[in-house]
Design a protein around this ligand. Structure first.
Ligand code: AMP
Ligand code: MG
Length: 272
């Protein structure tokens, strides 16, 4: 399964139709046991790469997750990131803006949450909400949100130029799968905390959301910060695919241990 990332990436400028991408696809993977074995390896490799990233402290990694409700953001983070050292990684959820977040531009809360060199930052939702929910629910006029694609591209370009590797994942579930997952949550009292009436309101606007996502991919999948559309009806495929894209991207970064400091080399020499 070589370079799954190339297959799942939205090529810059490309117009994609989400209805033409099968959310149940398992392309590039033999079967569930093969995927499980591969995931274990990827999680271990990710831990090694994180060690280099942390030691080198020259780059940061920013991983963005977007999906419809019950799309699997939480589960993906729990599974794929399970081997990371918590010391070098941070998950930041973005909810409806409150307080001083409302008193700044939409990127203010995002920029201050970006990972430092050496760190992996994981966004559970992101600045893309400002061209998704804001657009679909009419929370700002078109004149405002339509300008944001360019602001986002410029902002992400700044991050990349400063040493941040950006990977953006859309977990693509079908409308039927969402229905099944929301029903499942309603049947299970331990999952009730995850359900809100807004999920069902958003569900009614499914097609509007898909159109908004398609615009996001067309406008904001860039050579410097690509979007990946991950078929996510099957959790085992989703987890494997996300882990694979992250591992492939971090391998490409050529992370290296820093050279030992002169004083450490002296220490070694003195002990010989
Ligand atoms: P959840 O991730 O299910 O806990 O829900 C967070 C909610 O916050 C979602 O319904 C998002 O659409 C909403 N949200 C996140 N960012 C924004 C934003 N910038 N403007 C409006 N709503 C947002
Ligand atoms: Mg919600």
């Amino acid at each position: 399964m070589s370079k799954l990332s190339a297959k799942l990436m939205v090529k810059p400028g490309r117009k994609i139709r989400l209805t033409r991408i099968d959310a149940g696809s398992v392309a590039g993977v033999k079967d569930k046991p093969a995927a499980a074995a591969r995931l274990v390896k990827n999680i271990a490799r990710l831990a090694e790469l994180q060690y280099l990233l942390y030691a080198e402290r020259k780059h940061a990694v920013l991983i963005v997750f977007q999906a419809m409700d019950a799309g699997g953001k939480d589960g993906t983070i729990r599974s794929v990131m399970s081997g990371l050292n918590p010391q070098g990684c941070r998950v930041i959820p973005f909810k409806v803006p409150v307080g001083e977040e409302r008193e700044h531009d939409f990127l203010w809360r995002i920029h201050r949450s970006t990972p430092a060199f050496g760190e992996i930052g994981i966004f559970n939702r992101s600045h893309y909400e400002d061209v998704l929910v804001v657009r679909v629910q009419n929370l700002a006029p078109k004149a405002v949100w339509s300008e944001r694609f360019e602001h986002i591209n410029a902002f992400e370009r700044l991050l990349v130029a400063s040493g941040v590797k950006i990977l953006k994942f859309f977990l693509h579930i079908s409308r039927e799968e969402q229905q099944a997952r929301l029903q499942q949550r309603l049947r299970d009292p331990t999952k009730h905390w995850k359900v809100s009436p807004a999920d069902f309101e958003d569900r009614k606007r499914w097609d509007d959301y898909m159109a908004a996502y398609e615009d996001v991919f067309r406008r904001c999948s860039t050579s410097w910060a690509p979007w990946y559309v991950i078929p996510a009806d099957k959790k085992w495929y989703r987890n494997l695919a996300v882990s694979q894209v992250i591992v492939e991207a971090l391998e490409d970064m050529n992370l290296k241990l820093p050279e030992s400091a002169p004083e450490v080399r002296e220490l070694l020499a003195a002990r010989r």
